[in-house]
Structure formats: structure tokens, C-alpha cells
Design a binder for this molecule. Sequence first.
Ligand code: KIV
Ligand code: NA
Length: 270
Amino acid sequence: TAKRRLAPADIKALKGERPIVSLTAYTTPVAKLMDQHVDFMLVGDSLGMVLYGLDSTVGVTLEMMIAHGQAVMRGSSNACVVVDLPFGSYQQSKEQAFATAARVLKETGCSAIKLEGGAEMAETVHFLTQRGIPVLGHVGLMPQLINTTGGYRSLGRNDKEVDKIRKDAAAIDDAGAFAIVIEGTVEPLAREITGAVKVPTIGIGASPACDGQVLVVDDVLGIFTDFKPRFVKHFANLAPLMSEAFATYAQEVKARSFPGPEHTFQLKKG
Ligand code: KIV
Ligand code: NA
């Protein structure tokens, strides 16, 4: 029998067993390459910045998320696939969130969604999880709030921030999320939350104390190199390889050395 794809419940069950491995994925070929190596792929709304050149995630649409969710599902058969709900598609009410999330599950075939928010989103997370939609939470730095928070700096450096993030994580845990992303948070707080919640914490810029890690795939591959935040590690350095390939192609076209005879169709003789 064919091996089934990991489910959100499988991700949840990894807490205390071994660290959980995740990366963002946006396209079929990249999903294929990472499918056997990650527990879940996140079709993150970071695609707005990574693929579309937007300067925040606020402009990302539900149509973009569905199209890329479908692409990642086509390229994977092992990893669990989680699709981000974009800004404006879930914050208005729990009913709006359910309608959006249901559409994402039906149109992509993915098994879970992620939404940003703490205590203020707990009722929504409960509503979805009680109605058949597994939810990955996301607390700490929340990029969709850029217009009210005004920055991407790490949080948890004063009592007020610590208290808010602690309460946010507890609320999303109690609401029934199967795991919680913690973004941009100091290590002691990430460790405390990880010890306090029932479900796995998935860190990005949130220390090795979390139950798992997620990174943006273009950062891991060294494709996006305009700047490198402290929490990013380039596990490969593809940018110079790509530039070199483009330069060599341009040179060969101009020199008429590409295409060569082996790339050229001829009429058969005789
Ligand atoms: O959109 C994204 O890529 C994310 C993570 C990196 C957690 O939300
Ligand atoms: Na996101």
C-alpha cells in the first residue's frame, strides 16, 4: 500500500519525540525536491515578498495562496502541506475565517491552514478546529500587522511584550491549534512557551528551544541575498550560481555558440 501523507495529528504527535522539520514551499519543482526531507511544507504568504516583489505580506491575495497551494500539493506526496490565510481573509469574523479556510482546503487539497494572531484569534481557531479545519497558530512577530506594529524587530525584550506573547501562545494552544509557529522571539521566552503548551512550537528566529524549525526556502538556498537577518542561515549559495548561468547563456547566444548542433533539429537525409 502507498505510504500516506503526514497529517496535522502526526506533526502534533512529534512533540517530545524529535525536532520537527519545516520549510516554506511555493512551487511544484521545489516541493518535489524537499518532500522527503520535511515533516510539513508551509505555503507561506511570504511568497508575496519572495516571489512577487511586494514589500510586505499585506498585499497577498487568496487567489495567490490557492494557486501556490495547488502547485505545492502537486509536487508532494509525503509532507503535510499547510497554507497561510492572507491578510484580510480571516480577521473580520470566525465565519469569514471558516469560509476562507474551507475554500483553501477544498481547492488545494491541503490538510491545514495557518493564521496569525494570539488571544484575539483564539475564538476563531476554536471555531475552525471544532469544524474540521486543522489550524497552525502563529504568534510573536506577526508580519501581517506591519501597518500597526511598524516593524520586523524581534519581540520579548520587555515585560509587556513577554506577557502578551505568553498569553497569545496559551490562548492558541487552548483553542485547539495542532502546533504554533513562534516568530522573532528571544530564547528564554520561546523555551518557557515550549514547556508550557501542549502542542509543538515551530520556531523562526525563536531559538533552538522550540519543538521544530521553519525557514523561508529562498533564504535556505541563498537565492534571496539582499539582506540576511540574524536567524537565517544559507545552507547553499545559489545566487552566484544562477547569475553565472545567466551570464554564460547570454555570452553563448551572442557568440552563436548556443544552440550547438546537438540542440538543433535537422531534416533526415535520404
Ligand atoms: O509566510 C511565511 O513564510 C511564514 C513563516 C516563515 C512562518 O509565515
Ligand atoms: Na506567513
